[in-house]
Design a protein around this ligand. Structure first.
Ligand code: MSP
Length: 517
């Protein structure tokens, strides 16, 4: 049987600035979804990368007195390093300055010309370099771009225009009918509203920009940076090349993930470009909320961008992932208060998951010692514990939490994924408090065995559940239960209650999340 496939993308990030918690947020969320779908046994392709052309980047390079290529090489590698440190499991990292991408973009614009989807014209308009787009008078606030607080430049030049108007009715129909799902629902409404306001054809090439991909049929032009960027989702798969196996396998994307500020490009322009060349359209476009910091948009110029690497230094990679994802409902905006991270870390991770893990493993060792003379790793001379006889008291509540977890994953609500994890943690904590194993140890060995089994097995479920969000903690928990090698086992099997066999040796782990002072 053919495996189901799952293709997930993040936006490709501009390299005029270094990674910050905004780009990290989208990338971590995409990673969580990619890991979950791999666990389900699907074939996953997870793409992220960097958007390296355009005026904004050329200007940033000039400010540093280096060539644009030198500049983009440096910043792109910072993204790749950051994603490595954050345990992002992307299958590819696309750079728009790669020769493969450039060649395939040229192929695509040539095709647009061949099918008659573009025409030559003259553009006169207000261009915001920060947004890399033309703005209308209506969009300005006091004559300035509301996002970048700068007056856009008046530009008059020859461009090739994409005949957007021709494709709009079809794109609108597909969005309205849900054939392309735009999520959350309020964003879908906003997008449908844009059709009502009216949309103009847009330039797919620019004349006065030098740092870009040269248009093959007109050397006075480079490809407009947004057309260049959107195409990454298919050039990475080899669209238009001899080696288009990945394209045939993974396209259309199951989900393009991003924040809402770039929804128009993804929900309207991109499907229209695909329709023009007769390709399938992405299935889901999800726009999550936007982080502000102390009420302000994060930006290089304001100097308030939070570096995810600093968070990793303080909290570790797992906790950084957890903390960022748990700030707000996934589709909502919110003001990030990094000052509260240590409090949340202590309560959810040090006192929560970390404490539960060490408590359960210590009790197993104390009440059901392995006594096999070997020395368990992490314990001082301790030799671990043995899993008691199977019991299933917690099977049902754990199953319900799994259902909530999966529902959250399927609807891309990563904050609810975190809620499910916390719920399982809470279930185990209350189970310990209700049953008081230290009392049972004095007067009811039989019940004690049942309680410890339930806790160890529930801890195994927690270990599995943590994998998409906190892969390192997940690995440590499952290793301590003798279940380290689990990624080749399907999630539906891992979810069965009772996989932890009685007699298995379990060992303590070093503190998963040491308390912050
Ligand atoms: N290069 C374009 C995207 C091209 S995709 C074909 C771009 N780049 S960007 O560097 O500005 O990245 C924008 C994306 O980064 C957002 O859509 C979102 O995914 C993420 N975020 C950037 N800042 C963010 C916040 N402050 N909050 C949440 N996400 C943020 O646009």
């Amino acid at each position: 049987m053919n495996k189901e496939k799952f293709y997930i993308t993040t936006p490709i990030y501009y390299v005029n600035g270094e990674p910050h918690i905004g780009s990290a947020y989208t990338t971590i969320a995409a990673d969580v979804l990619a890991r979950f779908h791999r666990m389900k046994g699907e074939e996953v392709f997870f793409l992220t990368g960097t958007d390296e052309h355009g005026t904004k980047i050329a200007q940033a390079a000039q400010e540093q007195n280096i060539t644009p290529q030198e500049f983009v090489d440096i910043i792109s590698s910072k993204y790749q390093m950051a994603w490595d440190v954050l345990d992002i499991s992307n299958d590819d990292f696309i750079r728009t300055t790669s020769s493969k991408h450039k060649d395939l973009v040229k192929f695509f614009v040539t095709k647009l010309k061949e099918v008659g989807a573009i025409y030559e014209g003259e553009y006169e308009g207000l261009y915001c370099v920060g947004c890399e787009k033309f703005l209308t008078e209506k969009e300005l606030v006091n004559g300035e771009c509301p996002d970048h607080k700068k007056r856009p430049e008046l530009i008059k030049e020859k461009n090739y225009f994409f005949n957007l108007k021709k494709y709009l009715p079809e794109v609108e129909k597909r969005i309205d009918s849900g054939e392309i799902k735009i999520l959350p629902e309020k964003i879908k409404k906003e997008v449908l509203g844009l059709f009502k306001q009216g949309l103009n054809d847009f330039s797919v090439t620019r004349e006065k920009v030098k740092w870009g991909i040269e248009v093959p049929f007109d050397s006075s032009q480079v490809v407009y940076v947004w057309a260049d960027a959107l195409l990454n989702y298919i050039t990475a798969l080899g669209y238009g090349s001899k080696d288009d196996l990945l394209f045939r396998k993974f396209w259309p994307a199951n989900i393009h993930l991003m924040a809402k500020e770039i929804i128009k490009f993804h929900a309207i322009f991109w499907p229209a470009m695909l329709l023009a060349v007769g390709e399938e359209l992405p299935k889901t476009i999800f726009a999550h909320g936007f982080f502000t910091v102390d009420g302000q948009k994060m930006s290089k110029s304001l100097g308030n961008a939070i570096d995810p690497m600093e968070l990793v230094k303080q909290f570790g990679s797992d906790a950084t992932r957890f903390l960022l994802l748990s700030q707000f409902p996934f589709g909502s905006d919110g003001d990030v208060k990094v000052g509260n991270f240590a409090i949340q870390y202590n309560s959810d991770l040090a006192n929560g998951i970390g404490n539960l893990t060490s408590r359960v493993l210590s009790m197993a060792e104390k009440y059901f010692p392995a006594n096999d003379g070997s020395h368990a790793k992490g314990g001082q001379g301790a030799s671990g514990g043995l899993v008691p006889e199977r019991d299933s008291e917690l099977a049902e509540p754990v199953k319900i939490i799994w259902q909530e977890f999966e529902k959250a994953m399927e609807s891309f609500e990563v904050d609810k994924v975190i809620e499910a994890i916390k719920k399982l943690n809470g279930l185990c904590d209350s189970y310990v408090e209700d049953n008081k194993p230290w009392q049972l140890a004095k007067d009811d060995q039989e019940k004690l065995a049942k309680v410890i089994y339930n806790l160890l097995e529930a801890l195994r479920h927690l270990g599995v559940m943590l994998y998409p969000v906190m892969p390192q903690a997940s690995q440590k928990i499952l290793e301590s239960l003798g279940k380290g090698d689990f990624t080749s086992i399907k999630l539906s099997d891992l979810q069965n209650w009772g996989r932890l066999q009685s007699g298995t040796k379990v060992v303590k782990v070093d503190a998963l999340f040491p308390r912050m002072q």
